[in-house]
Design a protein around this ligand. Structure first.
Ligand code: ZN
Length: 179
């Protein structure tokens, strides 16, 4: 009977520890996550578009602007609407954890920039594209296929609502993860 108060205290301490962890995770701000993405070498960020166009809306600049508390710029060619957008925090968090937790190394080819299909969620700051996973270029066969499929599954595990890749129209050489 004398041990009962101790057990309650231990249970309470355990709950408080869980709450503290959750609070810490929630406290990670958008700029802080973006800064962390920039600091992880396993996440490579393209500085040009696959189209060859050079502007301030490339993946590296999008994350750099976000880390500085600014909006990410969109491109102004093709169907891209120009202007800028706030990047989705859940998407940024997943991008980071795909490296820090899931241990993927990958190259992000587009975030808010580039020209995509009309109304693309890239323009809403809710999607990113990946062209290389664990050293293999995304493709419809071989390592580029199996690694892409694993990456796609991991994106879904972080809440991506739409994931496209090899086997899907227009995605034979890149993976699209959207929140
Ligand atoms: Zn895409």
């Amino acid at each position: 009977m004398k041990r009962a108060p101790l057990m309650i205290s231990a249970a309470l301490a355990s709950s408080l520890a869980v709450m503290a962890t959750a609070t810490t995770a929630e406290a990670a701000t958008r700029p802080a996550i973006a800064k962390s993405i920039l600091n992880h070498r396993g996440i490579s960020l393209a500085t040009t578009h696959d189209s060859g166009v050079r502007d301030k809306a490339n993946a590296k600049q999008n994350i750099t602007d976000t880390a500085a508390g600014r909006k990410a710029r969109r491109s102004s060619y093709g169907t891209a609407p120009g202007g800028s957008v706030t990047l989705n925090t859940n998407m940024l968090n997943a991008m980071l954890k795909l490296n820090t937790v899931k241990r993927f190394t990958f190259r992000v080819t587009e975030v808010a920039g580039g020209s995509h299909s009309r109304g693309s969620k890239h323009y809403a700051g809710r999607a990113f594209d990946v062209g290389t996973v664990n050293g293999a270029r995304v493709s419809t066969g071989g390592a580029g296929y199996t690694k892409a499929k694993k990456f796609m599954k991991a994106c879904r595990s972080y809440g991506a609502v739409l994931v496209l890749g090899p086997g899907d129209a227009g995605h034979s050489t890149h993976v699209h993860c959207q929140w």
